[in-house]
Design a binder for this molecule. Structure first.
Ligand SMILES: [Zn+2]
Ligand SMILES: [Zn+2]
Length: 364
């Protein structure tokens, strides 16, 4: 079969086109080439089918991403895809990024469904995807967010596909030809003590092709460093050191982003499993005579805790069900009473304490 037409070309839109622009182009072309308007015109029918296929893929963010990825590997005919350009090299090879040639055969692409299932399925299953599978980062989140769950915005500097050239590294209108340094192989060999070592070609950066003019945004690299803002959804009860996996949020939208969670200390609480432990200061009179104190729970609601007379320093009180909730289980809250003593006594207060000590039989 003929090589698959480039979908962007089919719709006559730029590869940076928005969903809206794609929709508009599709509507206009579909109307123009609709079989009802072109009876007994097999060419129009073919074109209509193409337009629908192109729209089906490009209007679906997930499919479009996959398609763009394939397209960069030169799978599709037409400018923009590498395969058709150049000096007849077998296909574009990217030092680290490209699919192995043997796995790639346009002739067995068949229908549209096959493109995605066979190419991606096979490459995925074979574990031969050369892009990094995951990228890691760390973030420290507030204690309460870790306990209750929530959204934490993070900003990462990441390599992304250059928005100007769509990753080709070529300036608009530039022609692409086989790299003279590596003759299109994408790698160069260095002799080293009798061994030949292959390295990504420094001239084409492993692409195997060079544009007549480099993209002004990325200087030909095909990628740029950008600040990426990501909202991390933190599940309630997340543990210190937990690793959250964000699907396809890695550099260039490929691979997963792993976010390792660290939990900041809280002024009041610490955690033991699903239980919360907080320290409450009480004064001497409260410890001796008992009291009712208000304790702020995790959700900022107040819980009233009754302190019995004769409460000891460090004594713990359990408030059931006010701990962390996770997977349908709920921990308890423990309040540890810390007795604080006045640092200085007036003469009058000293007399009062002395008289108390004598009555209570306390030596001093
Ligand atoms: Zn660029
Ligand atoms: Zn090269």
């Amino acid at each position: 079969m003929a090589a698959q037409r480039d979908y962007y070309q089919v719709l006559g839109v730029a590869e940076t086109a928005t969903t809206d622009e794609i929709k508009k182009a599709f509507r206009r072309l579909a109307k123009q080439h609709h079989p009802d308007r072109n009876p007994n015109n097999p060419q129009a029918a073919e074109r209509f089918k193409e337009i629908n296929e192109a729209h089906d893929v490009l209007s679906d963010a997930e499919k479009r991403k996959k398609y763009d990825q394939l397209r960069r590997y030169g799978a599709f005919a037409g400018p923009g895809g590498f395969g058709g350009g150049g000096g007849g090299g077998p296909s574009t090879r990217r030092g680290r990024g490209g699919p192995p040639d043997s796995d790639f055969d346009i002739s067995d692409l068949g229908g549209l469904g096959d493109i995605f299932s066979s190419i991606f399925g096979r490459r995925g299953a074979g574990g031969r995807e050369a892009e990094p599978e995951e990228t890691e980062t760390e973030v420290t989140i507030p204690f309460r967010v870790a306990a209750l769950g929530g959204t934490v915005p993070i900003t990462l500097v990441m390599q992304e596909v250059c928005p100007t050239c769509g990753g080709t590294g070529a300036a608009k209108g530039a022609t692409v030809s086989t790299c003279p340094e590596c003759k299109g192989r994408g790698t160069v060999s260095f002799g080293q003590g009798g061994f030949a070592v292959n390295r990504p070609c420094p001239v084409c950066r492993g692409k195997g092709t060079v544009p007549s003019q480099r993209c002004p945004t990325c200087q030909g690299a095909g990628e740029v460093r950008v600040e990426k803002h990501i909202n991390v959804e933190v599940p309630p009860g997340v543990e210190e050191g937990a690793r959250l996996r964000l699907k396809n949020q890695g550099p260039k939208g490929r691979g997963d982003l792993i976010v390792q969670i660290h939990i900041a200390l809280d002024r009041f609480f610490r955690r033991e499993g699903l239980d919360l432990i907080g320290v409450v200061p009480i004064n001497l009179a409260q410890a001796l005579l008992g009291s009712r104190i208000k304790v702020k729970a995790l959700d900022d609601k107040h819980v009233v805790l009754r302190i019995p007379p004769g409460t000891q320093h460090g004594q713990k009180f359990r408030i059931p069900g006010h701990g962390i909730e996770k997977n349908g289980r709920r921990g308890d809250m423990y309040v540890e009473a810390h007795v604080t003593l006045p640092e200085k006594l007036s003469a009058e207060e000293q007399e009062a304490v002395k008289s108390f000590a004598e009555k209570a039989g306390l030596k001093y």
